[in-house]
Design a binder for this molecule. Structure first.
Ligand SMILES: Cc1cc2nc3c(=O)[nH]c(=O)nc-3n(C[C@H](O)[C@H](O)[C@H](O)COP(=O)(O)OP(=O)(O)OC[C@H]3O[C@@H](n4cnc5c(N)ncnc54)[C@H](O)[C@@H]3O)c2cc1C
Length: 288
């Protein structure tokens, strides 16, 4: 189908883009890589009077370590992240990036678009939750930082206001004895997850779990944090039974719906299996 008519604005700077969003309010949408927005428009699942293209704003494309954090500009392409030495050091990102969509989509799709879309089937939201990341938004009133686990409000609804742009993903660098991992089940290359689990854990000097964060992909209307499983693990020695019990708690947190990727029961069971595997992999990395 052909999209409904819209006015196209190419912003040269972030301030210009924010100004355009403020001028057109809810009738404007940011256009980044277009990998999710353009199909939405073409299928007429949504229509907007104005598209504000931020894809040429070079200042939004960077990956750097600074002041104890990994800072990723929202305009950074997923393919750039995949090739980055910095992101390769973070297990959960190294695991996930090659599994997202396909190389063509990763060449265009940005990390900001993936996070801001509010789609629970996207992989980066659960990863950001597991990494304890902050999402930095810029709007007419300045900058604010939102923890990833509070950013998602409902299906395709985020904490971003109509005149705000997601500018950066800020990931605290994990402390020593930390490990992270991503385990994703998908039917074929280019498909979204049936279910996926992101984990980061930190061990104390005796080998017990000091901190753990678990994010779930595509098993609820929003990306989820498996809070009970996290609480259960803290302070415990991570033996096989403990990890299996935590994985069961993570599965309980999921509220998937049945679709062509499987029944709700099947998806919940996949969360259990994937969570146990992600915890084992993260643990192995934390110990080395
Ligand atoms: C065939 C296919 C398979 C895919 N499979 C996967 C998959 O397995 N896993 C996965 O995670 N993703 C998958 N995707 C989605 C892909 O990763 C997209 O790139 C991503 O979701 C959107 O990024 P984008 O830059 O293209 O955003 P766009 O499509 O340009 O924008 C998406 C939405 O986010 C908003 N937006 C974009 N950038 C910003 C910003 N900086 N601030 C505020 N709002 C913003 C837009 O207004 C729009 O509402 C797939 C996509 C396709 C087409």
């Amino acid at each position: 189908m052909i999209p409904a008519p819209f006015d196209y604005h190419r912003a040269g700077t972030l301030d210009e883009a924010i100004g355009l969003l403020a001028r057109y309010g809810g009738d404007a949408r940011v256009l980044a890589g277009g990998m999710s927005l353009l199909p939405t428009l073409k299928l007429r699942l949504g229509s907007f009077g104005h598209l504000v293209d931020i894809s040429r704003i070079a200042a939004l494309e960077y990956v750097k370590e600074e002041k104890g954090a990994l800072r990723i500009g929202a305009g950074t392409r997923q393919a750039t992240l995949e090739r980055s030495e910095v992101t390769r050091k973070i297990g959960v990102l190294a695991d996930a990036l090659p599994l997202i969509a396909d190389p063509l989509v990763r060449n265009r799709g940005t990390i900001g678009g993936n996070l801001a879309n509010g789609d629970p089937s996207n992989d980066h939201p659960a990863i950001a939750i597991a990494l304890g990341a902050e999402l930095v938004a810029r709007g007419p009133k300045g900058e604010r930082s939102i923890p990833a686990n509070r950013f998602y409000k409902d299906l395709f609804v985020t904490d971003l206001k109509a005149d705000e742009i997601l500018a950066e993903l800020r990931i605290p660098l994990p402390p020593p004895r930390s490990g992270s991992a991503y385990r994703k089940l998908k039917r074929k290359t280019g498909d979204y997850a049936v279910a996926a689990v992101a984990v980061q854990l930190t061990l104390d000097s005796k080998g017990a779990v000091e901190r753990c964060c678990i994010g779930l992909t595509n098993v609820a209307p929003t990306p989820l944090e498996a809070v009970e499983a996290q609480k259960f693990l803290v302070g415990k020695m991570p033996d096989e039974k403990t990890l299996a019990d935590a994985a069961r708690l993570a599965a309980k947190a999921a509220s998937p719906s049945a679709d062509r990727r499987g029944s709700a029961e099947y998806k919940r069971e996949m969360v259990r299996v994937l969570c146990a595997r992600a915890l084992q992999a993260a643990l192995g990395r934390a110990r080395t």
